[in-house]
Design a protein around this ligand. Sequence first.
Ligand code: AMP
Ligand code: MG
Length: 430
Amino acid sequence: MSETQPRPRPPLMALDRALADLMGRVSPLLATETVALIDSDRRILAEDLVSALHVPPHDNSSMDGYAVRTMDVEAPGVVLPVSQRVAAGHTGGPLEPGTCARIFTGAPMPPGADAVVMQEDTREVGGNIHGVHIDVVPQAGQWVRRAGEDVSRGAVVLPAGTRLSAASIGLAAGIGRAHLSVWRRPRVALFSTGDELVMPGEVAPENMPPGAIYNSNRYFLRVLLQRLGCEVSDLGIVPDRREATVAALKTAADHHDLILTSGGVSVGEEDHIKPAVQQLGSLDLWQIAMKPGKPFAYGVVRRDAGAGAEAGQVCHFIGLPGNPVSSFVTFLLLVRPFLLRLQGASEASVLSSPRSYRMRADFDLPRADKRREFLRVRRNEAGGLDLFSNQSAGVLTSASWADGLVDNPAGTTIARGDLVDYIAFSDLLP
Ligand code: AMP
Ligand code: MG
């Protein structure tokens, strides 16, 4: 090729195709462990959780008031003597006809009672009978929580593959579970490439050498990996040299399920990831039709048959772009579903195409991009979306300021007032 001719551009791959391809290359690790319920936040259930009892276990009152037989209160103004008192955690005897029972929220219904009158609808009757004046006509079942209304015995409360949340952990406790079987955590080796990188804390801002920048990616990638339930080995910064990259990959492959790197996956001659991974396995460099985040690499690294390694197997490799916002966005859209599937999450909790909401753009995007664009935006008090002013892939302020992304199709301009597809960060990392 002569110097004056432009280099041919590699063809772009649609994001949906890249995602489908990536998901086709990962299968669940299929190793389980038992964890204490209290330590199961964000883990993926490896068993169907079946309830051995009704929740609530017995019919009970949902109000402080009086348990009655509705047949005894056919008109307002009836006065009933109080024949017993039932508090939560205690049980009463059968309700004598023509009487009522003082009852409190959560207390079991005395046999024979079929409704509760809340205490606000009653008045205590003075004098020597201990009774109440009932001001209303109760319907059968009123203010009664039925046994099994929440969960019935034998029901699957959470299917295998569910990613546990605060509420689902509470639900598991409610059926008496103190331990759960979950899929084991993926082991991920993380490193950054780039001779320009220095670690915060190692060099003070006033002593930064010329050309150096702090390593931001390592920090947010580590946080994202941990939030997704991974065990992370942090291999730090690997210099831009072939041998150093090969050595780092070799060590990491033996004891990890995934090696995740950032930087070095463009096509410049300082990008050493490609030849290094290819030397130890295979690598595909993708140019994804998305902005930010075009370069992305997926490959496998063979494991040494040496001590401790799972001989004959391979370790997944994912190379993210170096630009911080590209790295952040590609992690959320591609690595997140990959890691969820690796740890056995069901389709429903993988949400490989993240849920988006139609929202009003309170901004203009007069210039369309050829690629599908993920704009950093924030919801405003008027119920619309504001756009961060600088959408460059290197401007991490945009991702920190934003609370989500607008998924803008290729070749599309946006005018103030248009409806756009908004993806909340909180949906991606609940
Ligand atoms: P690369 O993909 O290695 O060509 O890097 C693209 C851009 O991202 C360059 O400007 C790098 O300096 C920057 N970059 C790469 N890695 C990091 C990192 N870990 N933290 C912050 N910026 C980075
Ligand atoms: Mg680099």
